[in-house]
Write a protein that binds this ligand. Structure first.
Ligand SMILES: [Zn+2]
Length: 219
């Protein structure tokens, strides 16, 4: 009898402890920040919230930030949700940004949240620039644009220039430059990917001169 009572005493604190631990675990793994129609993985919420602050025009617009194991030819990719393009008005369109969860670098796995902060913010800012671009297109224009985007490098370049230009004119020149240099100076990225960044995107010099022009306009 005494043994049973004693063992109850011994068990009870343990159960309580486990109980507390599991609540803490759940809180830590609470996976998404849901705010202002955005769904953001907890691990990158600070970078995403910082980038979103540069885009007041995206307030209230539905954007899901989704982790993916792999995205072909890209680290992040912004897309409209196709169905919402037909069903609802322009302002009610929904978007998602796919984000590669981790890189397999030579020194090991690098999680996306381990990318230097300003580079990560710039990366997300570039994708938000795409959404600004999509947001301002009509559905018909977007369908044509989407098809040509897939078929021609020229359209791809235009789209990437537009995304960078939106982000830079929203004040993100520094972060856009940081992510560009992060990619181009990183031995872990494949040459094919770096060449794509060189060929189709704004170069660091172009970013600087656009940033300067915008600053002059303001001043
Ligand atoms: Zn892009």
């Amino acid at each position: 009898m005494i043994a049973i009572i004693l063992s109850l005493f011994l068990i009870v604190p343990e159960i309580e402890e486990n109980h507390t631990d599991s609540i803490a675990d759940v809180a830590q793994k609470s996976e998404y920040l849901e705010v202002d129609n955005k769904r953001i993985p907890w691990e990158i919420k600070d970078a995403v919230v910082e980038a979103l602050a540069y885009f007041p025009e995206l307030a209230g617009i539905s954007i899901d930030f989704e982790f993916k194991e792999k995205i072909s030819g890209a680290v992040m990719q912004a897309q409209p949700r196709i169905l919402t393009m037909f069903v609802t008005g322009k302002e009610k369109r929904e978007y998602r940004i796919k984000i590669t969860r981790a890189f397999e670098f030579e020194e090991g796995t690098v999680l996306i949240e381990e990318v230097p902060h300003d580079a990560l913010v710039g990366w997300i800012g570039h994708e938000l620039g795409h959404i600004m671009d999509y947001k301002n297109r009509s559905t018909v224009n977007m369908m044509h644009f989407g098809m040509r985007y897939m078929l021609s490098n020229k359209r791809l370049t235009e789209a990437e220039l537009a995304a960078d230009t939106y982000a830079i004119s929203c004040g993100m020149g520094h972060q856009i430059l940081t992510v560009k240099n992060y990619i181009l100076n990183n031995d872990n990225f494949k040459d094919s990917y770096k060449n794509k960044i060189r060929d189709l995107y704004m170069s660091p010099l172009q970013i600087l001169s656009l940033q300067e022009e915008l600053l002059e306009d303001e001043g």
